[in-house]
Design a protein around this ligand. Sequence first.
Ligand SMILES: Nc1nc2c(c(=O)[nH]1)N[C@H]1C(S)=C(S)[C@@H](COP(=O)(O)OP(=O)(O)OC[C@H]3O[C@@H](n4cnc5c(=O)[nH]c(N)nc54)[C@H](O)[C@@H]3O)O[C@H]1N2
Ligand SMILES: Nc1nc2c(c(=O)[nH]1)N[C@H]1C(S)=C(S)[C@@H](COP(=O)(O)OP(=O)(O)OC[C@H]3O[C@@H](n4cnc5c(=O)[nH]c(N)nc54)[C@H](O)[C@@H]3O)O[C@H]1N2
Ligand code: SF4
Ligand SMILES: [Mo]
Length: 843
Amino acid sequence: MASQDEGWIKTTCAYCGVGCGIEARPKLSGELEIRGDKAHPSNYGKLCTKGIALGETVIHDGRMLSPTLKTEQGDVTISWDEATAKVAEGFTRTLREHGPESVAFYVSGQLLTEDYYVANKLIKGFMGSANIDSNSRLCMASSVVGHKRAFGSDTVPICYEDLEQAEMVVIVGSNLAWCHPVLFQRLRTAKQSNPALNIVVIDPRRTDTCDIANTHLALASGSDVALFNGLLAHLAEHNALDNDFIASHTTGFDDALSKAQDQAAQSQTDIEHITQLSTAQLNDFYHAFANTERVVTVYSQGVNQSSSGSDKVNAILNCHLASGKIGKPGSGPFSVTGQPNAMGGREVGALANTLTAHMEFDEPEHLRLVSEFWDTDNLAQKPGLKAIEMFDAIDSGKIKAVWIMATNPMVSLPNSEKIKSALTKCPLVVVSDCIAETETTRLADIVLPAQGWSEKSGTVTNSERRISRQRRILPSPGQAKPDWWIVSQVAKKMGYANAFDYQHEGEIFREYTHLTCVGNEQGQRDLNLIGLTHLNDQGYSRLTPQQWPVSQLQAQPVTQRLFGDGRFYTPDERARFIGVSFTAPIAKTDIQTPLILNSGRSRDHWHTMSRTGLSAKLAEHASEPYVQIHPKTAAQFSIKDNQLAWVTNPQGCTLVRANVTTDVSPQQLFMPIHWNETTAKNSKPCTLIANTTDAISGQPEFKHSSVSISPFISKSCAIFISNKTMSLSKTDSNIDYWVRQKVPQGYLYRIESSVSVSQLISELTPYLETQNHRQLSNESRKDGARWITLDKEHVTQLLFIQDRFKNSEIATMIEAFNQPLTLLEANEIVHDLSVDNDLFVSV
Ligand SMILES: Nc1nc2c(c(=O)[nH]1)N[C@H]1C(S)=C(S)[C@@H](COP(=O)(O)OP(=O)(O)OC[C@H]3O[C@@H](n4cnc5c(=O)[nH]c(N)nc54)[C@H](O)[C@@H]3O)O[C@H]1N2
Ligand SMILES: Nc1nc2c(c(=O)[nH]1)N[C@H]1C(S)=C(S)[C@@H](COP(=O)(O)OP(=O)(O)OC[C@H]3O[C@@H](n4cnc5c(=O)[nH]c(N)nc54)[C@H](O)[C@@H]3O)O[C@H]1N2
Ligand code: SF4
Ligand SMILES: [Mo]
């Protein structure tokens, strides 16, 4: 038996960009024990619910176990050798016949830096195409544009400590409490020890983040540019500018101010009108910002995922530059990253419009340096297509071969039907994932099993630019392989053996650190890892968290903020103000679609639920897809709390549970992004979201679609618990609604229908197991029918059908599930289920 402190392996959380350090230890049961790493400077031992539950999610339910060819006749298992040969042959042929514009990689912030680096090197360096984009396009692209426009580089200047050193923290379009919970805890603790810390939340919705806020500004959706332009004008008008900083370290101030003043001059009333905030609310906020020395502005998807996302970012950066609130302790703009390695992807350059290692396509010298470093004569010379353009090009047939890694675009890209049409038409769709059945793997020609968290090994970079190791802790199931290995095998088979002959992820990391130093001798670029270039395998294996730039390997975590010297990465080393003007979101409401749909995250689920969907504990917080709706709007549209409702627009429709709450404004609805066709019937907000984007960043406007809502009239309900997942298909027309929830030992399905109880019975009973199972049934109840399926001694299925269920009944069923028959017969549970035991018959 291991002692309290033996056997723990240090790694990093699988989820958000806070990048918490975790210690994990395998249990004999195959599960993992998890605890926070007290030595990690992101979290100092703290974890949130998702981090703590990681141990529950390393089960192998639903894992993809071997490379598979998807054919019309069904799935065919193939060897790695065959699979990588087929992928290599497919891409080689497409390149030969149609050129570099006909191929694409669509990758993800959930890849490790080593995976990302190799994928980017293969397509840009050797296939000669820059058609590689990441799901970071949906997430961080507007911030990248904002940073590059203002700073000349994609730099997050801040460190987490700044939140603790600030006197005011402005949180814009971020539900930090749910999405970056450990940072939120750090902020809450800072507020407890310094009650004077002023926290302002700017979000159309009331969220749990408001719990620690002094002020919540529920601005109109999409109006942030007007709000921050008003702030810039206020700073100028009230003598709150840092004129020395503006004069010595910036350019473009006059233009930015005049644009902001134009907005303010058409005047305060205009800003009030656009933002729907009162003069008092605006003035209080402006006054506090102007009169507080140390201010951090945290922002996230409420800013980035907008048709004016890039301008929103620069509107915020303008205010920090104008008041000199940057590069100083407790001060600065802070774009928090979403995925565990969103930052790493930006570093290696796995976006269509950047080259690599913070080098750019529009710098001939960078093209030369990278060609030389990779020893290639086929480096892509110009940017490729951004995610939305890429899927449009797949749909139009221009792109004929795509490789999707670690992302689920059928769920997460806007206009799901269009994505489906594109992937259905595309001659070659390769998908690398850990999970066999995702909406995207269903449309693949070849699927490749990747190692997941706890199996894979490499590095990730968090929101404060800190590089940490993710370490291998468990063996991987079946034939799952690291993503870098899969890409390298394909590269070798395409004829690039020399450039991809990696034996170990540490070699890739070392190569990447060297690349960050190329042409960077005078500190031309911020991203410089020279201090890590000498790491040998053992050093890599033991690597402790390092915040970049790394001039020297640090034994203890050190914290550094950037721009403290007022030097930026533009040619004249000055930051640039960018003049911005408010533009309204693209989707307009009208009589048919009078409401605005906002979408985002729920506390205990992660994206398309491939991992969090495996934890019974995490399923308890929100077990169904929902729509938040204001009581007035609910009354207007005849929708009752907890009733199912159709949310529709001409593009599509979804059916989700109404959650009537004053947290949203009367004009706005909010839907979570997590449920999709593998976990529910018809619940994806992306079905309703158009693929309109910010013109510069290409980031979709996920937070503002126009929709309508109407009640669903339910006549029958069922609760079906099974020890296996079931495929209730989208086409079962009488099952209008189903959603799957993980429960201990099985999966619970909530089902609702507009047909009668008896019709629903005939629809569902075919799903009962009969082979080698015994059934107890009670079909003569007035209000419905009940079945219990037994496998030897245990309940393996429970199916209850009636017109509605109380939550307490569902809780009792969950408890009864997978219990031995003797327990049922002891009557307690049978009694709780209010089933007359005599009525059970064995079949
Ligand atoms: N639990 C959980 N945590 C996660 C994730 C997850 O799936 N689950 N995903 C991770 C990822 S990849 C990301 S990118 C982050 C996202 O983290 P966040 O950006 O914090 O999350 P969201 O819920 O997408 O959106 C944040 C808020 O923006 C608000 N908003 C909408 N429109 C506007 C607007 O016009 N202006 C302003 N100011 N606000 C607006 C929404 O009401 C919402 O509350 O979370 C990360 N953390
Ligand atoms: N409506 C709406 N849509 C949104 C958003 C929104 O706010 N509203 N937010 C957007 C944002 S910010 C983001 S980041 C995206 C996220 O959207 P996605 O990236 O599509 O979501 P995930 O569920 O995280 O998909 C990751 C997939 O990769 C697999 N995977 C996990 N680890 C690995 C690995 O190591 N290797 C491989 N090969 N596979 C792996 C998982 O099983 C899963 O299927 O959604 C975007 N879409
Ligand atoms: S805050 Fe983010 S990184 Fe930290 S434990 Fe939670 S999900 Fe993981
Ligand atoms: Mo994200």
